[in-house]
Design a protein around this ligand. Structure first.
Ligand SMILES: NC(=O)c1ccc[n+]([C@@H]2O[C@H](COP(=O)([O-])OP(=O)(O)OC[C@H]3O[C@@H](n4cnc5c(N)ncnc54)[C@H](O)[C@@H]3O)[C@@H](O)[C@H]2O)c1
Length: 373
C-alpha cells in the first residue's frame, strides 16, 4: 500500500474518528463504528455476529483469501464490501475498526498494517507468536493512537465476570494461588494447510492455542500480576493423530508453574491429547476464600466450618460481550481490559514456558513494556 493512499484517507478517518471520540452515547446517538472482519473461519463469524448484535456498530466489509466463502458470508449477513486482499480492504477509508481472525503468524503483520492504516484492531488469541511480535503491535498501536485489543474471550464469560467482581470486592482476600486447566483427551486442530501444528506458523501447539485461554483467564482474575519466573515442560506424543503429510513440530501437552513479583503462583496444565479425561477449570485461592469456575463455587467458612457456596452468574454470549467491549472502548476512548500491554506480558509467559521446557530449567522473565506506556 502506498503512503499516498494513507495520506488521502487520513482526513476522512480523522474526521470520523473524532466523531466517535468523547460522545455521550446516551444523550447523543453516535455515528456507528464501521467494522470489517479479516479471516472468516469460525472465530471470524463470531466477531461478525458480535458487531451485528451491537447497536453502536455495523460491519461494512469482510475479507478472506477464499473468495467464494467471503462472498457467501457477505450475502448471508448483508455486508456491502468483500475483499480477498487485506491491503485493498484497508484502503477503504470508511472502515474504522478491524477484527483480525487469522492464523497466528498473520496476527502481527496484518494488525500492524491495519493500525498503520488508521484502524482500531481487535486481534484473536494468542496475541502473537512471541512477546517480540506483541511488542511491535503495541508500539504501532501507540504510535498511531489506535486501540489494540486482544480477543481473550474467557474474560467475557458471565461466571468469569462475576468472579472478577467478587475478587475486586475483596470477597477472597488477597489472591495468591491460581490453577488453570484446558485439557483435551483428544482434539488436535489442524486449520487450513496445517498451520495450527506447524511451529513456524502457529508459534507453538496446545499451550499457545488453548493453554493461552486458561492462563489468561486465571491471570486476569488474579489482577494480572507481573510474571518473574517460569518453569515448564512440553511433550509431543500424538503425531500419529495427524495426517503424515502435515508438518507436526509442536507441543501436544504442556505443564507449567509461573511465579509473580507479588509472590503469587499459577499452575497450568493444557493438552490437545492426553490419556486422561478432558477437563476445563479455573481455580483461585485467597487469604479469605477460594473459588472455582465450572462449576462456579465459592469455598469459604461460616462459624468456623468449611462452606462450599454455589454461585449464580448471568449466562451471556461471551463473543458478543467481547466485541461490545471493543466497540465501547473505541466510542468512549477507554483502555480495553485485554490491552496491548497485557498481550505482551501474556506472550512473555508463553515464551518463558517454551524456553524453560527447551532448557530443562526455570527461566526468568525480563521486562518488555510498550513504548510510552
Ligand atoms: N477465540 C476462540 O475461541 C478461537 C477459536 C478458534 C480459533 N481462534 C483463533 O482465531 C484465529 C483463526 O483461527 P481459525 O480456526 O479461523 O483458522 P482457519 O485456518 O480455520 O481459518 C482462517 C481463515 O483465514 C483466512 N485467511 C488466511 N490467510 C488470510 C489472509 N492473508 N487474508 C485473508 N484471509 C486469510 C483463511 O482462508 C480462513 O478462512 C487463530 O488465531 C486462532 O487461534 C480463536
Amino acid at each position: 500500500m502506498s503512503s499516498g493512499v494513507h495520506r488521502r484517507d487520513a482526513a476522512t478517518l480523522a474526521s470520523h474518528a473524532n466523531k466517535l471520540k468523547g460522545i455521550n452515547p446516551v444523550r447523543n446517538p453516535t455515528p456507528k463504528v464501521r467494522a470489517a472482519v479479516i479471516g472468516l473461519g469460525w472465530p471470524g463469524i463470531q466477531h461478525l455476529k458480535g458487531y451485528i448484535a451491537d447497536a453502536r456498530a455495523e460491519v461494512i466489509a469482510v475479507c478472506d483469501l477464499d473468495k467464494t466463502h467471503a462472498q457467501q458470508v457477505a450475502v448471508q449477513y448483508k455486508i456491502p464490501h468483500t475483499y480477498t486482499n487485506h491491503l485493498e480492504m484497508l484502503d477503504n477509508g470508511d472502515i474504522d475498526a478491524v477484527s483480525v481472525c487469522l492464523p497466528n503468524f498473520l496476527h502481527a503483520p496484518i494488525s500492524i498494517d491495519a493500525l498503520n492504516a488508521g484502524k482500531h484492531v481487535l486481534c484473536e488469541k494468542p496475541p502473537a507468536r512471541s512477546a517480540a511480535e506483541a511488542k511491535a503491535m503495541a508500539d504501532t498501536a501507540h504510535q498511531n493512537g489506535k486501540t489494540l485489543m486482544y480477543a481473550l474471550v474467557q474474560r467475557f464469560d458471565g461466571s468469569t465476570q462475576r468472579l472478577k467482581h467478587l475478587i475486586q470486592e475483596g470477597e477472597l482476600g488477597e489472591v495468591y494461588f491460581g490453577k488453570a486447566g484446558y485439557v483435551r483427551r483428544r482434539g488436535i486442530p489442524i486449520g487450513k494447510e496445517g498451520w495450527f501444528v506447524d511451529k513456524a506458523r502457529a508459534g507453538g501447539g496446545a499451550l499457545i492455542d488453548i493453554g493461552v485461554h486458561a492462563l489468561d483467564c486465571v491471570w486476569w482474575l488474579m489482577n494480572s500480576p507481573k510474571p518473574v519466573e517460569v518453569m515448564g515442560v512440553t511433550y509431543t506424543h500424538f503425531r500419529h493423530l495427524v495426517p503424515d503429510n502435515v508438518r507436526y513440530d509442536v507441543d501436544d501437552a504442556t505443564f507449567a508453574q509461573i511465579y509473580f513479583e507479588n509472590g503469587a503462583t499459577i499452575v497450568l496444565e493444557t493438552t490437545w491429547a492426553l490419556n486422561l479425561p478432558g477437563d476445563n477449570y479455573i481455580k483461585v485461592a485467597g487469604t479469605k476464600a477460594g473459588a472455582s469456575l465450572n462449576p462456579f463455587t465459592l469455598y469459604t467458612e461460616e462459624d468456623g466450618k468449611e462452606l462450599d457456596k454455589p454461585i449464580d452468574a448471568p449466562s451471556m454470549n461471551s463473543f458478543d460481550e467481547e466485541v461490545k467491549h471493543f466497540v465501547a472502548c473505541i466510542v468512549e476512548g477507554k483502555e480495553p481490559i485485554s490491552s496491548a500491554e497485557q498481550g505482551i506480558m501474556l506472550m512473555q509467559m508463553l515464551d518463558g514456558i517454551y524456553e524453560s521446557a527447551e532448557k530443562g530449567q526455570s527461566v526468568s522473565i525480563t521486562d518488555m513494556s510498550a513504548t510510552g506506556k
